[in-house]
Design a protein around this ligand. Structure first.
Ligand SMILES: [Zn+2]
Length: 321
């Protein structure tokens, strides 16, 4: 799991496939991708705000120069689609549930958090995470073409496979596979060297989604967050989820609360991943499953953030000892 300097910005991966890589600095620092044909390009995801998306589109215009006629959104989290309005004449493609799910978090709420008085550690933590982003002027721009399970697109004569693998990280998770050049865009099914957060979904589906990626056998993967990887990115992600699920089960059986479990679980090799405090999201999800609750039970982000802030403080204190 060694770290070398990641490649950033628009990175050409193969003849026609590109990744748009952002440094993982926590919440919202997502990656995107592009597949270029003779006369047009397919964009995979936009970014968290308009300035970042504009910067990406400028890089694409100057380096690739093909008009973007289609966009695929890998799921409905803002860091993968809040820049959609900048390519509004393109066909926007996503899973069928996207249009109803996308209202769960809005740019207005994010902007309001940024400007609220920082009078609790939770608000302070969120403000620190959101400070680099500018949510003004965002108009939620939904897909114009939706599908249920699987959709094949053509760029020139080459196939691009869109496969719905949710509910894993979210209900609308889609992976994009370009078989001819063995490049896969994983969306947030893969967080690379950073701790995942999940919303609607189950460990079981997330594991199946990762199995599916391994089965497809890409040689290059653009993860939703973190640096470029190969299949090891899918395999390590699967191991993290299985490890946390197993550890959470032990804590659950000992009747510990979610918070106690998140404090107690020793992350071992995964403690090196960025944002280890996100463990609470994964423990809470495991507990929901153990209690037999539905996969789309609403997640109280602010409550989670409160625990994250606490765990972060105790990790910092431990580091300073
Ligand atoms: Zn994301």
């Amino acid at each position: 799991m060694g770290r070398k300097d990641p490649q950033l910005g628009l990175v050409q991966l193969t003849d026609r496939a590109y990744g748009y890589m952002q440094k993982d600095e926590g919440l919202g620092w997502s990656n995107a991708g592009l597949i270029a044909g003779k006369d047009e390009a397919l964009l995979i995801d936009t970014l968290f705000d308009l300035p970042l998306t504009r910067k990406m589109l400028d890089a694409i215009a100057s380096r690739v120069g093909k008009p973007i006629r289609r966009v695929v959104n890998t799921h409905h989290n803002g860091d993968h689609f809040w820049g959609n309005q900048l390519i509004s004449d393109a066909e926007i493609i996503a899973h069928r549930m996207f249009r109803s799910e996308m209202m769960k978090m809005t740019p207005e709420v994010s902007q309001a958090v940024k400007t609220a008085p920082p009078d609790t550690p939770t608000v302070a933590l969120l403000q620190e995470a959101l400070a680099p982003f500018d949510f003004s002027g965002i108009e939620l721009t939904p897909p114009t073409l939706v599908f249920d399970k699987h959709l094949t697109l053509y760029i020139d004569d080459r196939e691009v496979e869109l496969i719905h693998v949710g509910p894993a990280h979210t209900s609308t998770d889609v992976i994009v596979f370009f078989p001819e050049e063995k490049v896969l865009y994983a969306g947030d099914i893969i967080f690379r060297l950073c701790t995942p957060i999940g919303w609607e979904g189950t460990f079981h589906h997330w594991t199946l989604a990762l199995d599916r990626i391994v089965e497809l056998g890409p040689t290059m993967i653009v993860p939703g967050h973190g640096p470029l990887c190969g299949l090891e990115g899918a395999i390590e992600m699967r191991e993290y989820l299985q490890y946390v699920y197993k550890e959470a089960r032990v804590c659950f059986e000992r009747e510990m609360t979610e918070k106690e479990a998140a404090r107690r679980i020793d992350l071992g090799p995964y403690a090196e991943w960025t944002e280890p405090e996100r463990l609470i999201f994964n423990v809470a999800r495991a507990y929901r499953e153990f209690r037999g609750e539905p996969h789309d039970q609403p997640v109280d982000f602010f409550e989670m953030a409160e625990v994250m802030a606490e765990i972060k403080r105790s990790l910092c204190a431990r580091e300073m000892q």
